[in-house]
Write a protein that binds this ligand. Structure first.
Ligand code: S3P
Length: 169
């Protein structure tokens, strides 16, 4: 009888625009893991974009939906999981993901993230008058959460997706 080896998930966390989804897809292909993007998973369940959901139902409802979905995704194995930038706001998400996963924080500076997101309109929390200031302030609140939740930290400033994947490997 053949045995299937169950390995821990690799969970990518980090701020919006840190490349969790793109990096996750490339990484998963390279190590022959499945790939799940928690935001895409949520969108496929609610059948609308996260931006529209935020407008219609607000952030609190989004967070409770996110917790529910993360608890389901966390049950997989041999999977690279790209998460939404706000999952660290809820400690239950981290507990669930850590139960069968290694958590990797893709750490970018506010300036680097701003460069990537300056023309983006799909992040409801960043649709403000001064996007760079909003990024700085949110990142200041969240950095300690990303750092304490992670097993490994990878600096992403001035790195291509391939270089980030190589650093993870
Ligand atoms: C959010 C990040 C987004 C998405 C939602 C809220 C956040 O995901 O989950 O807009 O609070 O940082 P990405 O990190 O994939 O942009």
């Amino acid at each position: 009888m053949s045995k299937i080896k169950m390995s821990k998930n690799i969970v990518l966390i980090g701020f919006m625009g840190s490349g969790k989804s793109t990096t996750g897809k490339v990484l998963a292909q390279r190590i022959h893991y499945s790939f799940i993007d928690s935001d895409e998973f949520i969108e496929s369940k609610i059948k609308m974009s996260i931006s529209d959901y935020f407008i219609q139902y607000g952030e609190d409802q989004f967070r409770s939906l996110e917790e529910d979905i993360i608890s389901q995704i966390a049950l997989t194995s041999n999977t690279v999981i790209a998460t939404g930038g706000g999952i660290v706001k809820n400690p239950n998400n981290i507990l669930n993901l850590k139960s069968n996963g290694i958590i990797i924080y893709l750490k970018g500076s506010p300036e680097h993230i701003f460069e990537r997101l300056k023309y983006d309109t799909t992040r409801p929390l960043l649709n403000t008058e001064n996007k760079l200031e909003t990024i700085k302030s949110l990142l200041k609140q969240r950095s300690p959460l990303y750092e304490s939740a992670s097993d490994i930290i990878i600096d992403i400033d001035n790195k291509s997706i391939d270089e980030v994947v190589v650093s993870i490997l």
